[in-house]
Design a binder for this molecule. Structure first.
Ligand code: BG6
Length: 520
């Protein structure tokens, strides 16, 4: 298929305002679960990138908190993480300067008095560095510790400092079903006001996800056709080649629906489905997202599919099945793949099916939204078959590549030059972030950490949104839990998931789009 690339002209790029982002006020970031993987792989590299971009205040400190008795090794370990996962140069003087702001405080999360000592330690650091009372508490622990930490912060009066601002960032999973999410919301809001709570979903920090709103609402030509009159179906895919990467115990309790669908995929769906917000502020955006989610009727269990991978070949390498992964039950009933069909019953979307699928150990690594438009009402041109789809009349397709190869492609029919009888061939207009702007987008944490420090909640989940999405998925989780799947594993690693997932679309006379990724 022919592809037309799109570029941003150097003149246009030179016009991009070079003004700096706002820099947060001095403060201390306290990371609970500091010795865990997330801190080392994502959080510290992202914070260092912010420092490199001069977006952190001069008076700033990072305190890792965990049970292990670590001392200076913590800062050393974080330094390695910043080099290995953040691509920092070991000799960069900014790295040494940044690492000098990192320290560690050993604490058991249920030790209430210990939180008092932590408070004293934070006050000591603040005094030494002239930081003041601003504190950002980041909960990067296993979810079972969230409520205890919040309660202890409240008990030691760390949530409402007299001369500063405190906020709490909470990692996913936020609850494991509706009831637990409600309970956690209740516990968190008993200590922190909702305006102090930042429930993180790193998908919202991805440039491509934010660009969806820009694509829809900063261009005049798409919104008029962005509805049931023109759109035939929407497919959202989060396909990973990775397996559970040593996170067996976590994943056993989670599964694909909890891990990815209830949160990341619902955010993607919201970006496609929302009505134009009145403004781009936290309140307006969240309100529209909530309205879209609330318009989804209960999903019949018949419209859901679960799968689990067996051994297979991924990216040319033989890999083991899920049940053979480290610390996974050899008879596990946990799904590593989930697919479903849902509808949004409102004026814009009634009758348009949304197909969602997420899986580990899939054939390809690709997160993509594909919007398929309706065929023209009648076809007057030649349908002569040729290779590469030439001669077929294919419906217009808009694909939004969230990752990798971030970009947007639009397929349309074009006349083949000199071919007989107006032969039509599908061609693709392709906008690629990397080639257009000369840089790839960051992993999402930079944006979100900076926003949390600035107190901007636009890209964070609100309690009502979290509860609404859990309300949608809890009945499915309950039905799945009540009936252990008999046929697991039901797909080979390196495939496109279980066969029954194809039937979900075949029933509607449709099929999954499996040519994911950048068009060639
Ligand atoms: C995390 C999930 O939230 O998102 C992981 O826990 C998953 O299982 C990851 O691999 C996917 O994120 P990304 O940014 O790699 O698409």
């Amino acid at each position: 298929m022919a592809t037309i690339q799109m570029r941003v002209s150097p003149e246009d790029l030179s016009q991009v305002p070079q003004g700096k982002e706002r820099i947060p006020d001095p403060g201390i970031m306290v990371i609970f679960g500091g010795s865990g993987d997330l801190t080392k792989r994502k959080l510290l590299p992202a914070l260092f990138h912010l420092r490199q971009a001069d977006l952190l205040p001069k008076q700033f400190a990072i305190v890792g908190v965990a049970r292990r008795p670590l001392g200076d090794e913590f800062a050393k370990d974080m330094r390695e993480g910043i080099i290995d996962f953040g691509g920092a140069d070991a000799n960069d003087p900014k790295l040494a300067e940044f690492v000098s702001h990192i320290s560690y405080f050993p604490l058991s999360f249920d030790d209430r008095e210990g939180f008092g000592r932590l408070k004293e330690e934070l006050d000591r650091i603040a005094k030494e560095k002239g930081i003041g009372q601003n504190r950002l508490f980041y909960l990067a622990t296993a979810p079972e510790f969230f409520s205890g930490i919040v309660e202890n912060l409240g008990a030691q009066e760390m949530a409402q400092p007299e001369n500063g601002l405190a906020a709490v960032v909470i990692e996913k999973p936020f609850g494991h079903d509706l009831e637990s999410a409600r309970e956690l919301n209740h516990q968190v809001n008993a200590v922190f006001h909702e305006s102090q709570v930042f429930r993180i979903d790193h998908y919202l920090g991805k440039e491509t996800v934010q660009n969806l709103l820009v694509f829809r609402f900063a261009n005049g030509i798409f919104e008029p056709i962005w509805n049931r009159n023109f759109i035939d179906q929407v497919q959202i895919t989060v396909a990973e080649q990775l397996g559970v990467e040593g996170r067996g115990p976590f994943y056993e309790k989670a599964g694909a629906l909890r891990d990815v669908v209830q949160n990341h995929m619902m955010e993607l769906l919201a970006m496609v489905a929302v009505e134009p917000p009145a403004n781009f502020d936290a309140e307006s955006v969240r309100r529209e997202k909530l309205k879209a989610w609330q318009a989804i009727p209960p999903i019949p269990i018949l419209n859901t599919v679960r799968g689990q991978y067996g051994p297979g070949i991924v990216g040319g390498k033989h890999v083991i099945g899920y049940r053979d992964e480290e610390r996974v039950d050899p008879e596990s009933g946990t799904e590593t793949y989930a697919a479903l069909r849902l509808e949004i019953e409102n004026w814009r979307w009634a009758g348009v099916p949304f197909y969602l699928r997420a899986g580990k150990r899939m054939k390809k690594h690709a997160t993509e939204i594909a919007i398929r438009f309706k065929q023209p009402p009648m076809l007057i041109f030649n349908r002569m078959q040729g290779s590469n789809g030439c001669g077929e009349i294919q419906p217009n397709l808009l694909t939004i590549r969230i990752q990798p190869d971030e970009g947007i492609a639009l397929r349309f029919g074009a006349k083949v030059p000199s071919a007989p009888n107006m032969t039509v061939c599908p061609v693709t207009m392709d906008f690629d972030y990397q080639s257009a702007f000369g840089k790839s987008s960051a992993n999402g944490y930079e944006r979100l950490l900076l926003d949390a420090m600035l107190g901007d909640q636009t890209l964070f989940a609100h309690r009502d949104g979290v509860e609404t999405t859990w309300a949608l998925y809890t009945p499915i989780l309950q039905a799945w839990a009540a009936k252990k799947p008999q046929v697991f594993p039901n797909y080979f690693a390196g495939s496109w998931g279980p066969e029954c997932s194809d039937h979900l679309l075949e029933r509607d006379g449709r099929e999954w789009r499996n040519e994911l990724g950048r068009s060639s």
